[in-house]
Design a protein around this ligand. Structure first.
Ligand SMILES: [Zn+2]
Length: 115
């Protein structure tokens, strides 16, 4: 009997989310640096940490749904980092794609169900 591990389709999302949390932790660190260094250095650190946060959010939102392969948290110009369902195929967050019906059979979510 072999115990074959099924790959977790959400592993990459967890990794991206961890990076985003780390980026958000940089902001208070940069702000507290103002007590140690000059205003110019502090402003530079705040700008860098802000850019890191924006990049981290974009990194998380560009994560692709394990079922439909499109951006889970983005649909056209609309994006929601806290969406509980894929904004394309309505796959619930943290659900294995094989446990739900085919993406073509699933109803498209309305805007209220994305949150
Ligand atoms: Zn999807």
């Amino acid at each position: 009997m072999t115990t074959e591990r099924v790959p977790d389709p959400w592993q990459d999302y967890r990794k991206r989310r961890r990076w985003a949390r780390l980026a958000f932790l940089l902001v208070p660190c940069a702000l507290s640096a103002g007590t140690l260094w000059s205003t110019t250095v502090t402003a530079l650190l705040v700008v860098i940490s802000g850019a890191a946060c924006i990049s981290a959010v974009r990194f998380v939102e560009s994560w692709q749904c394990p079922r439909c392969g499109r951006a889970f948290f983005r649909r056209g110009r609309t994006h929601n980092s806290f969406a509980k369902r894929c904004m394309h195929c309505a796959l619930p967050k943290w659900t294995h794609p094989d446990s739900m019906p085919n993406a073509a059979d699933a109803p498209l979510p309305n805007r209220a169900s994305w949150v």
